[in-house]
Design a protein. Structure first.
Length: 235
């Protein structure tokens, strides 16, 4: 059996897989809400954030030991990637837990998003979006191949911390967030954004939006599609 641990900006997730006849099957999944992105202040990962990461990774390590799983890989995304003291934080995590954490680039994260999605759904032509806690990955693909990919340093958690005062964003705050996102997209001249019939969404933010969509419009729980007009109504 093999295990993958994703130290994300919102959650830390562990999936355990069994490999049989060249095919992977999910045996167990476990996640903990940590909100690492909220522990980044003035560009530095706070000691409290390192403590939370160590707590969860120690718990996951115990599960792996109980199941006698020695083949595992741990990677981290934007929360640790964007912190100026990323290397020091990773070294401390290693010293305290014995777990080596690989901090992957935004481009690698975008590519892995696409690879994972291509195993779950048919991806022929369109745009893939992964809105995380501290970054957003965009992948333009055609004929099942990546054409362009980019990682933006904005996500649901760090944007919320930066712009939203109360529980829900006001109209003015939503407008400010929208303008900020549009400005970031315009800065990347290499990406030729256009209109796409299909936008493939992955990650926790998209899954939460799907649940809200199904609830508001009385759709089946298993529904995995959000019609574009529904997004405005949801807001």
């Amino acid at each position: 059996m093999y295990a993958i641990i994703d130290v994300g900006s919102n959650t830390v997730r562990m999936n355990i897989y069994k490999l049989e006849n060249g095919q992977f099957s999910l045996v167990m999944g476990k996640k903990e809400s940590v909100g690492l992105a909220s522990y980044v202040k003035n560009g530095q990962m706070l000691p409290e954030g390192v403590n939370r990461a160590c707590e969860v990774l120690t718990e996951f390590r115990t599960i792996l030991q109980d199941l006698k799983i020695t083949n595992y890989h741990v990677f981290a995304t934007a929360a640790l990637r964007n912190a100026a003291n990323s290397r020091a934080a990773v070294e401390e995590i290693m010293e305290r837990t014995g777990i080596k954490v690989e901090v992957i680039s935004g481009e690698t994260e975008a590519e892995l998003d696409f690879v994972g999605a291509s195993h779950a759904v048919e991806v022929t032509e369109g745009l893939l979006i992964d809105i995380g806690g501290a970054s957003t990955e965009l992948v333009v693909y055609k004929d099942g191949e990546i054409q362009k990919k980019v990682s933006l340093p904005i996500g649901s958690l760090n944007t919320y911390d930066r712009y939203v005062t109360n529980l829900l964003p006001s109209r003015a705050e939503r407008k400010a967030i929208k303008q900020m996102v549009l400005n970031l997209l315009k800065q990347d001249a290499d990406l030729n954004y256009g209109e796409y019939k299909i936008v493939c969404g992955v990650g926790g933010t998209i899954r939460a939006a799907r649940k809200l969509n199904n609830y508001l419009f009385q759709l089946p729980i298993a529904n995995t599609q959000i019609k574009a007009p529904n997004i405005k109504k949801m807001l």
